[in-house]
Ligand binder design. Sequence first.
Ligand code: ATP
Length: 312
Amino acid sequence: SKTEPTTHTGRGTGTDVVTVRVPAKVNVQLAVGAARPDGFHDLANVFLAVGLYDEVTVTPADELRITCEGPDADQVPLDATNLAARAALELARRYGVEPGVHLHIAKDIPVAGGMAGGSADGAGALLACDALWGTNASREELLDICAELGSDVPFSLVGGAALGVGRGEQLRTLEVGGTFHWVFAIAERGLSTPAVFREFDRMNEGVRIPEPVASQELLDALAKGDAGALARAVSNDLQPAALSLFPALADTLAAGRNAGALAALVSGSGPTTAFLAADAESARAVADTLRASGTCRTVRVTDGPAPGATVV
Ligand code: ATP
């Protein structure tokens, strides 16, 4: 095939379809600081990408259009509020490209589940449109657009494991010395991330909240690939707020713990619950027990770290 020079005219690079695969995340540590004057919270956020993926496929179209398939597709907004649309529009704006593109999302990441599904689609659409339009944005510029779209979007692009500070968007890549086996229990309904932060603020009114810092034990456990040590170090400051808004999650956590999970925690703002298992076999056993417990909608078994957004 011929290689055309890079253009910023929106004529593209001769490619007419690009698919990007993007992983979900679990927060193995989510330390939340006091609310800032702008309403955001400072975070120390240790992200681990796991092997549940959305795929974003882009093709040229007369105007921006979004479609979505998957079990939760009916809960995904198909207008300009969709993070995939916002990503495409921002890239087009910066490069003066016509944003005529059909974005198709094959959604496997639970919606409003605390696994950064919307963020994954934003990062995926960005990388896909960059390839489709031949805009050739630098890694730095892509990360800058991601940070503008949302706190979790830069990590969706990068994948692996990373420490996020600030709102979570300033990333430091972390070494991971092995594979961690996870089970995710997906709840009957979603939880709104802003609502969980509001509940966190309500529950902590009048409380002096320390500066959020990453746990050295946790970073060491990741670096060693030591699941037992990681299980002892995981923490999520949003868990009490998520449980307060969704008390039945306590039953799911208990079911997974009783089934032999090394650790059980709410993933991010929830309501997905995450169970760290000693190995793949133990993960399958935890999953079987969770399925039989009737305390969740679906159970998924996977591992991490997973690679970030990748053109497939
Ligand atoms: P996080 O873990 O980053 O807090 P989440 O996984 O809990 O996010 P998302 O699935 O990202 O939640 O979606 C939260 C809300 O964002 C949805 O209820 C939906 O209204 C909106 N949204 C915007 N774009 C998307 C998208 N591409 N996919 C899913 N939801 C989207």
